[in-house]
Ligand binder design. Structure first.
Ligand code: HEM
Length: 177
């Protein structure tokens, strides 16, 4: 079974989430998108720092997204707030084993490498964070570093991702239409 099959149910929940639907509708305001970007930036910064400290990004450094997220955030010139889930996730990352850190890379960066490619056309700003050099090659190289033992941790990461959508939707009163 591929890792993708293990996260199928949570992926379907993420795709159906009202905040994600708003993003894909092209109707998200710069203010709400800035919230999303700032929180994603803080989470990715911590994750990518840990991945690098463990030498897990050797040869695949171009997958890193945090600097590009900050650029996209600055471009919006908007206020933003940090949600509790972001502090929780950053604290949680400190406790994750070297092996399981790759499950975090999988959910976050593969999300950008796949679904993100559809997102870049519809979000405010230029979407530098969705541009990858040699995307297919990068996917193949990263996939060779993954295995099914990451399934349980990958589902935990999906739940953190969905929690951020929940927090943003509650704060901005985003509901299913
Ligand atoms: C409406 C929102 C989304 C859409 C339309 C979308 C779409 C897609 C598509 C088309 C694929 C490739 C299909 C496949 O290989 O099975 C994919 C893969 C993936 N998505 Fe999403 N996605 C969305 C949201 C998310 C979110 C929020 C996350 C996680 C935070 C995520 C994580 C992933 C991962 C990890 C993969 C790689 C699966 C694999 O090939 O192993 N996606 N997504």
């Amino acid at each position: 079974m591929a890792l993708r099959d293990h996260i199928k149910d949570n992926h379907a929940t993420a795709e159906k989430h009202p905040f994600v639907k708003l993003l894909f509708s092209g109707g998200v305001s710069p203010r709400i998108y800035a919230d999303y970007l700032l929180n994603q930036y803080l989470m990715y910064l911590k994750l990518e720092t840990l991945l690098e400290q463990h030498g897990l990004l050797q040869g695949v450094e171009s997958v890193k997204r945090s600097k590009l997220m900050l650029e996209d955030f600055h471009e919006l010139r908007s206020n933003a707030r940090i949600y509790d889930v972001t502090y929780e996730y950053v604290r949680y990352l400190e406790t994750v084993s070297k092996e399981n850190l790759m499950a975090h890379m999988y959910v976050r960066h593969f999300g950008d490498l796949f679904g993100g490619q559809l997102m870049k056309k519809v979000v405010p700003g230029s979407g530098a964070m969705y541009e990858f050099e040699n995307r297919s090659q990068l996917i193949a190289e990263l996939r060779s570093r993954l295995d099914d033992n990451l399934a349980e941790e990958a589902n935990k990461v999906m739940l953190f991702a969905i929690q951020l959508f929940e927090d943003i939707a509650n704060e901005h009163d985003i509901r299913d239409t």
